[in-house]
Design a binder for this molecule. Structure first.
Ligand SMILES: *[C@@H]1O[C@H](CO)[C@@H](O)[C@H](O)[C@H]1NC(C)=O
Ligand SMILES: *[C@@H]1O[C@H](CO)[C@@H](O)[C@H](O)[C@H]1NC(C)=O
Ligand SMILES: *[C@@H]1O[C@H](CO)[C@@H](O)[C@H](O)[C@H]1NC(C)=O
Length: 344
């Protein structure tokens, strides 16, 4: 069993299984979002919400005993336009940890199954500088591309995304673009993954779709209730706009301006823009992935960028839970969008 050899090296082992005939009885389906409870997600290239009442697994990933080792184990479809996200930290020194996206059997036994992508995040023992090995196993043969440096630091928590495109994976480490890797095998399968003892994951999910731009989706029941949260993962290269629209105008407009380095927060009411608020830092970098979280509260919206509270914006309307649509436009590629419900 190849994966047991890997565990004997005491490395982290993720295996992402990509097949319909999954040998996945031992593992859970990976969640489509990171909401703690019920969620609306934009998925399956519908450009519309799908309601997911319950998570398949806990918010904080838990290891389970999968065929002889303790592991994080999951399966899920991996469709073009979806991104696999995982975040965690290294617990103790190992030479590398790895992620596998498999096609075929859940456990790579006797050479059955293909490995679409195996990423090894390695650290040189002398100076802990990182490198990345990207490999594919096709028809029993491994091929590897080595990248000499890696933005992943041994001491920092890691935050990795793997974006599935038609012919390649786009891998980002700590939100920064790292590498494109040609996928010679195609991406029309499902997956599983698992690992050993040396890394703590604090979240993992897969989701998103190919977004038609400009993008607009109605708010379910015309509401963005207090304590509900919108989570958007995206990559932007220049100015973009995010609007919460209602019948009277745009009560919340969030407009990052890359050249001027500010984010304008404003509202359009009765055909007139109000005073724009643009103080604060500029939390975006062109070409990096980011996570924008918008929470509604009785007095204002809160905007979190990459887990840091960036700004608030006081409501200027008398019905601050009522909106018709959520719109995204500009030089932005949304990757994943969900609306977390505090209650249903
Ligand atoms: C997407 O479609 C698949 C296949 O129809 C379905 O099993 C899955 O639940 C859908 N996922 C979401 C998040 O809508
Ligand atoms: C990474 O790839 C290089 C070159 O193929 C190889 O020598 C090295 O052993 C690989 N590292 C790991 C951790 O497998
Ligand atoms: C902008 O200025 C207002 C008024 O001084 C302040 O309350 C708010 O925290 C500032 N916002 C940011 C993002 O710095």
């Amino acid at each position: 069993m190849k994966w047991l050899e890997a565990s004997l090296l005491e490395v982290l082992f993720f295996a992402v299984l990509l097949t319909a005939s999954v040998n996945a009885e031992a593992v859970d389906r990976l969640d489509d979002h990171i909401c703690p409870g019920p969620a609306y997600v934009v998925s399956n290239n519908t450009n519309a919400w799908t309601f997911i009442k319950e998570r398949s697994g806990p918010l904080t990933p838990a290891m389970r005993y999968v065929r002889d080792i303790w592991a994080y184990g999951y399966w899920h479809q991996f469709a073009v336009g979806q991104t696999l996200y995982f975040r965690g930290k290294i617990k103790r020194f190992r030479r590398f940890f790895q992620v596998n996206i498999l096609a075929g059997t859940a456990v790579d036994m006797e050479g059955a199954g293909q490995t679409l992508l195996r990423i090894q995040f390695g650290f040189r023992p002398d100076n802990l500088l990182g490198f990345i090995n990207l490999s594919t196993k096709k028809d029993g043969q491994w091929s590897t591309v080595s990248i000499d440096n890696s933005p992943l630091s041994y001491f920092e928590p890691f935050d990795i995304s793997i974006y599935g495109m038609q012919d390649r994976f786009q891998i980002r480490v700590n939100k920064k673009f790292s590498v494109d890797y040609t996928n010679v095998l195609g991406l029309n399968y499902a997956y599983l993954y698992q690992n050993a003892q040396d890394v703590d994951l604090d979240r993992v999910f897969i989701g998103g779709q190919i977004f038609d731009m400009p993008f607009s989706v109605p708010l379910p029941d015309g509401r963005f209730n207090f304590a509900d949260t919108i989570i958007l993962q995206a990559v932007a290269t220049n100015d973009f706009s995010i609007n919460l629209v209602d019948k009277g105008g745009i009560p919340m407009a969030f407009y990052p301006r890359y050249k001027e380095k500010y984010v304008s927060r404003n509202a359009l009411m009765n055909g007139k823009w109000g005073e724009h608020e643009k103080n604060g830092t500029f939390p975006f970098t062109a070409g990096d992935e980011f996570e924008l979280v918008i929470t509604n509260t009785p007095s204002y919206f809160e905007f979190y960028v990459n887990n840091k509270l960036f700004a608030t914006f006081a409501h200027r309307i008398t019905t601050p839970e009522e909106y018709t649509t959520f719109d995204i436009a500009g030089d932005i590629s949304p990757r994943h969008l969900s609306l977390c419900k505090s209650k249903v």
